[in-house]
Design a protein around this ligand. Structure first.
Ligand SMILES: [Zn+2]
Ligand SMILES: [Zn+2]
Length: 239
């Protein structure tokens, strides 16, 4: 398909999000050349919307979905008037669950990566929570994910992902490379699903720690069994 020339008003400095296969999310639009919205909320959750140039709006040289272009315009206007506002939350339940569990896991996971790495490796610790669209060929549902990893200059040795998939929004999945190490519903969500009454804050903390421990143990077992040198071909890009 012929590449559509950029509209005239696009200065070369306009930044678009990552190009995505699968086309524009705008209802009825058949354009196949589409980019991610560049919006990232105050908690580093990225917008999942993908749209063509016609259905993105450029604000301050950056391309956003229509909804977030409006949000960014307000933020910029407030900034000009001397008020700093933080980009509001995307308010996606799956993304929030990834963020909550990732916050608890971050320190112990990074501590492990430091321990497992050496002078030739670098640590990947991407704080953003990103959405990956469904991949029908690989039967991979759309999911939100937070990623850590170990890399050398030539490739990724270990990729650790924490994800929640669209098709099962209560289940937290920890991956090592492409292997699902754990797929489980956090106890506090299970309680909510069962309609159990809220427990005291202390037992909630214990519950969270135990859940964190369950995930870390699965990661430790995985690394113990396979080491950290995975074939590069089966690894996906870290970000
Ligand atoms: Zn479109
Ligand atoms: Zn957006």
């Amino acid at each position: 398909m012929a590449r559509k020339p950029a509209p005239q008003e696009d200065a070369p400095s306009v930044r678009y999000g990552e190009a995505e296969g699968g086309g524009c999310d705008h209802a009825g639009c058949t354009n196949t050349e589409a980019y991610r919205c560049l919006y990232r909320d105050r908690r580093a959750v990225d917008c999942a919307w993908v749209a063509c140039r016609d259905h993105l709006k450029v604000v301050d040289d950056r391309a956003y979905c229509m909804r977030h272009a409006g949000v960014v315009e307000v933020l910029i206007m407030a900034h000009r008037q001397g008020t700093e506002l933080l980009p509001p939350d995307l308010d996606d339940r799956c993304a929030s669950l990834v963020r909550a569990v990732a916050n608890d896991l971050n320190e112990p996971v990074v501590e492990r990566l430091v321990r497992w790495g050496d002078t030739n490796t670098s640590i990947i610790n991407d704080p953003s929570i990103r959405y990956t669209r469904a991949d029908r060929i690989h039967h991979d549902p759309g999911h939100w994910e937070r990623v850590w990893g170990l890399a050398t200059r030539t490739g990724i040795l270990l990729r650790v992902g924490l994800r929640v998939e669209d098709t099962r929004p209560e289940t937290v999945i920890l991956t090592g490379g492409v292997t699902h190490l754990v797929a489980t519903i956090p106890p506090w969500i299970q309680r909510h699903l069962n309609g159990d009454p809220m427990q005291g804050s202390q037992s909630e903390l214990v519950e969270r720690l135990a859940f964190q421990q369950q995930l870390l143990q699965a990661l430790d077992e995985h690394v113990e069994k396979y080491g950290i040198t995975f074939p590069h071909s089966v690894m996906r890009s870290p970000v």
